[in-house]
Design a protein around this ligand. Structure first.
Ligand SMILES: C[S@@+](CC[C@H](N)C(=O)[O-])C[C@H]1O[C@@H](n2cnc3c(N)ncnc32)[C@H](O)[C@@H]1O
Length: 360
């Protein structure tokens, strides 16, 4: 940065050092939040009416006391859990419980916190992939064992099943009517099939296809279908790379999922008059527009550690748009792909999501 810019940015070196210190120190607190989330410690402590010792908490959680004691220390210095004056009895105050337990839904910070250890499993792969001489990325399968459990909890919190019907369905004109009478719906990047199964159950006259290139996701999706109490003969899951879908498919409604934007093209299989709805995170293409926007630290982090490397590992010529490529880029992509109209629509009740609807 030029000396002149230093003068004008209104920040001293000490202020910057403090800010940086805060960023790094809070990442250790996040590790503690992930630990408590993963081991059910917040859920457990939210059931207590009064303070408990570390030993009592450990016994109730079926964990080793020494680990619980150390975790409590981290949570106390972070002002997440309160300790008594002697530092031997611990309590999770009532007003903090919602943000640390399933009761809080999308406000449960445990889910983004759990993303840190989940995505750090790919850290060394990403470091190698970033090097000029390194591989393009790493396959999703490399971290699938930790990715899928996290992804499922994230999807359920981010877009609960009920919201699929109240907030997503209205974005496509006549969606409900068409699906009730019988349409073809393709979920690209269906993962473990949450939306496909929901739509299959709600719209028995329609054909639902869920595709994902990840075998583990499809395996989970098939189990979800079997677990339904409806006989879902109208729902199929197939392993496909979205860029190489069968050219004889003719689909009326297509919904690709967050992160899939990194590699959508090639899926030129929609019916004339059909709709293509991208549900993406609200982000600006110009990074400056993302400063101060909700969830952005999380999205850039996940994109760096997962979306970009898993997308680029699939195609040497892939651009790896990432989770924060922004709606301006997505609009342009749909326009360039020949959509007659492209509209950006807010997703009601979910400020951090946006729907980009293309009509063929
Ligand atoms: C953000 S996840 C969404 C998963 C799922 N829809 C959900 O909500 O739980 C993106 C999904 O896109 C899939 N995906 C990424 N690239 C793909 C490609 N080229 N072809 C098919 N699926 C792909 C990933 O395997 C992953 O399941």
């Amino acid at each position: 940065m030029a000396a002149k810019e230093q003068e004008t940015c209104g920040e001293t070196a000490d202020q910057f050092a403090m800010k940086l210190h805060g960023h790094v120190m809070s990442s250790y607190i996040t590790i503690g939040i992930a630990f408590g989330d993963r081991l059910g410690l917040f859920e457990l402590m939210a059931t207590f009416d009064g303070s408990k010792t570390a030993g009592e908490i450990a016994t109730a959680a079926k964990l080793k006391g020494r680990y619980v004691q150390e975790w409590l220390g981290l949570m106390v210095i972070a002002d997440i859990i309160d300790a008594d004056d002697k530092g031997t009895a611990f309590f999770l105050p009532l007003h903090r419980r919602k943000n640390l337990t399933a009761e809080g839904g999308v406000g449960n910070i445990g889910i983004p916190a759990a993303g840190i250890p989940t995505f750090m499993k790919g850290f060394e792969y990403v470091i190698n992939a970033a090097k000029e001489a390194g591989p393009n990325g790493f396959p999703q399968g490399a971290t699938a064992d930790v990715f899928w459990p996290w992804m499922d909890s994230f999807t359920e919190a981010l877009m609960p099943s009920a919201a699929l019907f109240s907030s997503i369905v209205p974005l496509i004109p006549d969606f409900k009517m068409n699906m009730e009478s019988g349409a073809s719906f393709l979920s690209i990047g269906c993962g473990s099939g949450i939306d496909s199964v929901n739509f299959g159950e709600a719209f028995p006259n329609s054909t639902i296809i869920g595709v994902d290139h990840g075998a583990l996701g499809i395996q989970k999706a098939l189990c979800r279908k079997q677990g339904s109490d409806k006989n879902l003969t109208n729902v199929n899951f197939e392993i496909h790379d979205a860029t190489k879908l069968p050219s004889d498919w003719s689909i009326g409604l297509i919904m690709p999922h967050p992160c899939i934007v990194s590699m959508i093209w090639g899926a030129l299989i929609w019916k004339p008059g059909g709709y293509y709805l991208m549900i993406e995170f609200t982000a600006a293409t110009n990074v400056n527009g993302n400063k101060g926007r909700i969830l952005m630290e999380f999205l850039y982090g996940v994109s760096l550690l997962h979306c970009i490397p898993t997308a680029l590992s699939q195609r040497e010529d892939g651009v790896g748009l990432g989770a924060c490529c922004g709606q301006e880029t997505m609009r342009k992509m749909l326009k360039d792909a020949g959509f007659e109209s492209v509209e950006v629509k807010p997703v009601e009740g979910f400020d951090y999501l946006v729907g980009i609807l293309g009509k063929k």
